[in-house]
Design a protein around this ligand. Structure first.
Ligand code: URA
Length: 232
């Protein structure tokens, strides 16, 4: 691989920026200052930037405890994006796996691996997601059966897939759904005449929100957590 391409893969910089670093004599290969952007590297070569070894970033799989007030897209002029909380090279390559509403908190996966996020989001894989829900009005015991049987959401022809509701308190419940329609949880409660006041995602597949993450914090997923996502 060419040296400038390798620098880009390690840092997320552009070819021009990589070339500039080379001209500034900031790059060494096996201890020698590199002069040619087109220099061919072999697997054993050690490249350093300002005296620090660099290696390709690779694909990233992150878990965040999303705080309220942040959006999962880049098109909202009024709220910061969750990506602004990332301190990662080439952060612009990272997207969220599905979206949580601006006021929803909790488990959010982030990655630059489009195939992985597609596998998690695709309705074909039926990956369960569990939300802790606090509502304006008390939740009736009948809601358990209604959600299990499916409810019809406003402006949608087909009912929701069976969802499991576990009552925690008169105004608090855990809801597990197996699809990801727009504002699904809020609209499911609206279909029963109730209103979600607070929403927190606790689980995706077999992955619980890690307890070591404060609101707004994130970290790479551990190997066992990567597998747990696909264990329903
Ligand atoms: N359902 C919602 O209504 N909002 C979310 O953020 C996630 C699921």
């Amino acid at each position: 691989m060419r040296l400038d391409k390798y620098i880009c893969d390690c840092t997320g910089l552009t070819r021009n920026q990589a070339g500039k670093l080379i001209r500034q004599r900031a790059i060494t290969v096996n201890g020698n200052v590199a002069k040619q952007a087109a220099m061919k590297l072999s697997a054993a070569d050690e490249v350093q930037l300002d005296g620090e070894s660099i290696s390709p970033i690779g694909l990233r799989y992150l878990v965040m405890n999303k705080p309220a007030g942040y959006v999962c897209g880049l098109d909202d002029p009024h709220h910061p994006a969750v990506f602004s909380l990332l301190d990662e090279p080439a952060a612009e390559k990272i997207h969220s796996v599905g979206r949580l509403d601006v006021d929803t908190t909790g488990l959010l996966l982030l990655t630059d691996d489009g195939q992985w996020s597609h596998r998690i989001s695709s309705p074909r894989h039926h990956i369960a997601k569990t939300y802790r829900v606090w509502t304006a009005d008390s939740i009736s015991a009948a809601a358990v059966t209604q959600f299990e049987q499916g409810v019809v959401l406003r402006d949608e022809p087909s009912p929701t897939k069976p969802a499991q509701l576990e009552l925690v308190d008169s105004h608090e419940a855990l809801l597990t759904i197996h699809e990801g329609r727009y504002h699904q949880v809020k609209r499911m409660f609206a279909a029963l005449g109730n209103r979600v006041e607070q929403l927190h995602r606790e689980r995706i597949g077999g992955l619980q929100l890690p307890t070591d993450l404060d609101l707004g914090a994130y970290r790479p997923l551990h190997a066992d957590e990567l597998l747990a996502v696909f264990a329903n």
